[in-house]
Design a protein around this ligand. Sequence first.
Ligand code: IPE
Ligand code: IPE
Ligand code: MG
Length: 261
Amino acid sequence: MRHQSASSLDHLSESELTAQLEPELLPKHVAVIMDGNGRWAELRGLPRIAGHREGINSVREMISQCLKLGIRILTIYAFSQENWNRPPQEINALMGLLEYYLSTERASLIEQGVRFQAIGRMELLPPSAQHWVRTTEQETAHLDKMVLNVALSYGGRAEIVDAVRELLVDVRNGSIEAEQIDQAFFQQYLYMYPLPDPDLLIRTSGETRISNFLLWQMAYTELCFTPTLWPDFRRREFLLALLEYQKRERRFGRVLSSMPS
Ligand code: IPE
Ligand code: IPE
Ligand code: MG
């Protein structure tokens, strides 16, 4: 069953696809590079922001699908450090959309039991966007059905540099010794600690690169690239990605005979 190709799944309905999922093989943490909004809009003769706006509906569907399936951590790449190099008009529109999303969607996140966390260099966001990020974090901090991490003004290299800076402060003030620093210790300084690393990364829009996302955390993440543009990535596409993930054999460098059963 698990080894069906994607094309043999084409005729299956959403509920038939869901029935094929094996709960014990679901990822615990899914990360998504939500790409292709601009192209989605351009294909329709619309301004790029129309694609970003439509992409919010895909985010909503991902959250409800994760809740339904019991996937408890979802991390989405909403704005990269490099995206600050886009035209000011697009940046302003994206920040406006972020504020709109947080101010209008907060109630629904709370109702669904979703804890919202932002990761990235928040201090670079406009003050009003920072306000909504903080408010949403505070108002959802006690919720535990699922965690939604939103990467904003995020760069994977910047995250590692920020961790090193904090670590150096602790070494300098004598609260830790350099000899204490190993991989497990270092991880405590990363933005998402103590959440586990993503099991599955999905990137939409056909690009097959990481674009500076979660560089440390993705050491052994399974990568799934799909040509579907983000605003078209809905429940069915997500189910297909999960079925693809279930076919993967995660070896973590070992050979099969030495894998814990
Ligand atoms: C992804 O869509 C969203 C952000 C980077 C903010 P894009 O805006 O990159 O869309 P394309 O890749 O140009 O189609
Ligand atoms: C990655 O998409 C960042 C987000 C989805 C937020 P980009 O569209 O910015 O990435 P590149 O420029 O194609 O690598
Ligand atoms: Mg893009």
